[in-house]
Design a protein around this ligand. Structure first.
Ligand SMILES: [Ca+2]
Length: 146
């Protein structure tokens, strides 16, 4: 019985540490974090992704993506994404609102489930209203998960 439990948990390392490893010690996915990457494909399922540059960071692997599945009152601080977002992809089943002010102040942009916006002004002068403007975000209660 003990042998099968260790194998199910993933093998060698857990076997070495034995009883010191509890289920609570398993790393849970973070609710909000920054990676350096690009493209909608690198936005994980269930997260809203804010891209530092246009066209979902194009092919620039050193530009930032902020992934979050929780409300954020300040995109600055440790995230360093205040007034920087140039594209957004909502890869979740919930609706999210992006606010121009910290702590959800101002008139928000609503991004529905699986919806994406690219704030480049290549195509439309209007997009410049949105580029590098957002400082906080909040999920709405309209979703069908959580
Ligand atoms: Ca930007």
């Amino acid at each position: 019985m003990r042998r099968s439990v260790l194998l199910a948990a993933g093998g060698g390392l857990l076997a070495l540490t034995g009883a010191l490893v509890s289920p609570a010690a398993t790393a849970a996915p973070l609710d909000a974090f920054v990676i350096q990457s690009w493209g909608k494909d690198n936005c994980q399922e269930g997260y809203v992704c804010l891209y530092e540059d246009w066209h979902f960071n194009r092919n620039q692997k050193d530009w930032k993506i902020l992934l979050t599945r929780k409300d954020l009152g300040n995109l600055g601080g440790d995230f360093h994404m205040d007034d920087r977002t140039s594209a957004v992809f909502n890869n979740s089943d919930r609706t999210v609102k992006l606010y121009p002010g910290k702590y959800h102040m101002g008139v928000p942009l609503t991004v529905g489930p699986r919806e994406a916006f690219d704030f480049t002004n290549d195509d439309s002068l209007e997009s410049d209203m949105y580029n590098d403007k957002y400082s906080s975000l909040k999920f709405t209660t309209g979703g069908n998960d959580h």
